[in-house]
Design a protein around this ligand. Sequence first.
Ligand code: KIV
Ligand code: ZN
Length: 513
Amino acid sequence: MSDEPGIESQRVHIFDTTLRDGEQVPGAQLNLTEKLEVAHHLARLKVDVIEAGFPVSSPGDFEAVSRIASEVQGPAICGLARAVEGDITAAADAVRHAEKPYLHTFIGTSDINVESQLRKSRDDVLKIAVGAVELARSLIDVVEFSPMDATRTDPGYLCEVVAAVIEAGATIVNIPDTVGYAVPEEFGALIRRLFEDVPNIAQARISVHCHDDLGMATINSITAVHNGARQIECTVNGVGERAGNTSLEECVMAIKTRANYFGDIYTAVETTEIVPISKRVSRLMNMVVPPNKAIVGSNAFAHSSGVHQDGFLKNPETFEIMDPEDVGISESTLVLTARSGRNALRHRMDELGFTLTDEQLDQAYDRFLKVADKKKEVTEADLEAIVKDEITTVPRVYEFDFLQVLSGSNLVPTATLGLRRDEEVLQAADSGDGPVDALYRAMERITGVKVTVTSYTIHAVTGGKDALGEVTVRVSHDNRDYVGVGASMDIIEASAKAMLDAVNKVIHFTQSV
Ligand code: KIV
Ligand code: ZN
């Protein structure tokens, strides 16, 4: 099968932008270690391109893109750049050590972008786009150009821009539905029109980049493939700006599962890594995957109605169109109890997408034994909560030590909190509007870190009165959002651990001690 640009190639390239468009979501920011972890996992998933960041946007982003470029083999490593000289040279610099360097430059082409945001004419924008591609091509061989907001761009002008950037050397042209505005037939027709009206179109691969504002990102991307696009830009779990980006797992599994419909069209993705990477990204970005999410939701392969269960037991294909093992869900029957050893725990953690160091495994195992002592069976959900709580890629300046809370209908709620810092236990007490408020005030007294709580959620990890409670707290500090997660059978302790997790992140990112 041909792998060359143009409609005749049947391979659909998967361009993953979890670390760029996905990571822009407030509260989902990753540190360098976490970005590297996701990038290595994306390489195991065998995506074709990893968009690793926007190098000019911050020194941290530049470093992350260059480290990923130097360390991650397999996929092309892409840096994003506006159609601006400084952005392009920074992106080229960041990806230059990659095995396969890739540069993506963009400028808005819809009238609303051209006139209101850029305050230029269509002609000016066309010239800037051409200049950007020429500069990028003088530095990097593989260059993608995106006319941002393409679906609200005048189609005739879009064809002109696409022809001009291909002429200037763009090897990939991406058609973004930046605001999630397109509907499938219209988007398919736009891609078809490009193939009909742009004379040099066969010299480039056509890519699509859809947002999910109207819930149509997947169907729009798939329709574009039907009309000749051979690259889909997407993210794990569909994370991304606003309602998110096209979901990687949905496109890849649609193409694989409906091979009878798609014919020779295929992707090179190693689908058994889909669920493990989904869990890992959800954990690292603190973005919960809804249970009914296609492919990766916890109910995606669960059958509850009597008729379905009956049919499924007689023949799984009656109600299952995909084999769960194809997406990395093993039929493991390993039940973890207080008698399970470290190896069983490590094995189960690996299956859940957590790669633990020996030290992290020890921490998780101690915590697991405490939970297993109280519960007959430790479920997958309990394990995820334990790991989220125990394992952090941010060094902990403060560790939780103890907590005493006094609260009742006619009492002023008070909390006394002990945190360990190095070998010392620091204590403080305070009162508040409720026990959690009192506790958070006591924590502020010890750490000196003042944050504003923007959301606080609690959920029981599993059913029953012995369930672990998991608290997620989002806080803001100096205009930046941080998320902390904590789990315990005691919900006030879980609240303390969640806030402490967020505070340690604030300290780490602002070096405020
Ligand atoms: O949504 C968008 O248009 C983008 C561009 C940078 C491609 O993310
Ligand atoms: Zn986007």
